[in-house]
Design a protein around this ligand. Sequence first.
Ligand code: PLP
Length: 396
Amino acid sequence: MKNREETLANAGTDTKLCHIGNDPSDFFGFVNPPVVRASTVLFPDTRTMETRAQKYTYGTRGTPTTDALCNAIDELEGSAGTILVPSGLAAITVPFLAFLSAGDHALIVDSVYSPCRHFCDTMLTRLGVSVEYYDPTIGAGIEALIKPNTKLVHTEAPGSNTFEMQDIRVIADVAHRHGCVVTMDNTWATPLYFRPLDFGVDISIHAATKYPSGHSDVLFGTVSANKTYWRALDEARITLGICVSPDDSYQILRGLRTMGLRLEAHQKSALAVARWLEGRAEVATVLHPALPSFPGHEIWKRDFKGASGIFSFVLAVDDPAEFKPKARAFLDSLEIFGLGYSWGGYESLAVMVNLDDRKICKAPKEGPVIRLQIGLENVEDIIADLEKGFDAAAAI
Ligand SMILES: *Cc1c(COP(=O)(O)O)cnc(C)c1O
């Protein structure tokens, strides 16, 4: 590719995914970048060493493998820089540590990924940061919660497990008027279906464990910053000594190549299953932002380019004492769906959602919440499996 940058800048998403990151001509034409294992990097002389006048200086600072992935993510996110971290949870905690100090106040969306709440309520609190949870549907109303010491506003849309949508642009605008940094966990949509930085977010967080990995075998996180916050974010990574393995970085870059096609398949099957569930008498509600019946649907339609493969539904159960037994019967009868956390892999997964830690977005009264990750299996087989679940739940 002779005019690489120009060609890719004007190309479609799948074309980009096939060619971003590394330039094969840098490595003798091999299509993929080498897996570089490194701690020590040698310098040709003391002058180069003292002035650090070469591209690579030490393994923790980056290698051609990690650079290829960072470049690819920057391309997708439209970011000034990206750091790579060993898990999606670390992709939340590292920027929090980078931007928060003792005495600061942080606003965290109540439908947040639950281990983020644990970090905030334990370590962050111990370090002297006060944390407050807010309603995901708050919009411009977030202004009333901002105090003189509010430093960070964390968003996640759709929310974990219950999929509440947030008006990201409005929240970012208000937060910026008060000098706050705005972070967003964008794992559900990936930068293919939503680009946080285009909506005013400063820091885009991605659990690459999910769709970029795509095969349930790599733990990984990426954090991408705009120009304003890039230096401070990168400095925090170096100060904390956070780095990732070259093999994992390679696998994530490999996963990106097919992520667009996989997401399209996840999206199509998940919507088909969600619509089918909406028509079932055993279902109280389907929590999927792409369904017109979902309360946050208009925001999703306005701001997002697509929907991924994970959503929840509420099993209709009258007696709260039967919520768990019915949900267990449903889940234990499934054959194709595995019972497992995480998602974004090729296989379907189901889990009973626990919302006990919520302060504002409480569990629905209509029945237990079951979360489904719709994999790449044939959708008829997925639906037949769920039918078994409904039969089992009805039998008790
Ligand atoms: C899974 C997940 C994470 C954490 O990713 P891990 O790699 O499992 O630590 C963070 N945020 C969201 C929204 C997630 O779904």
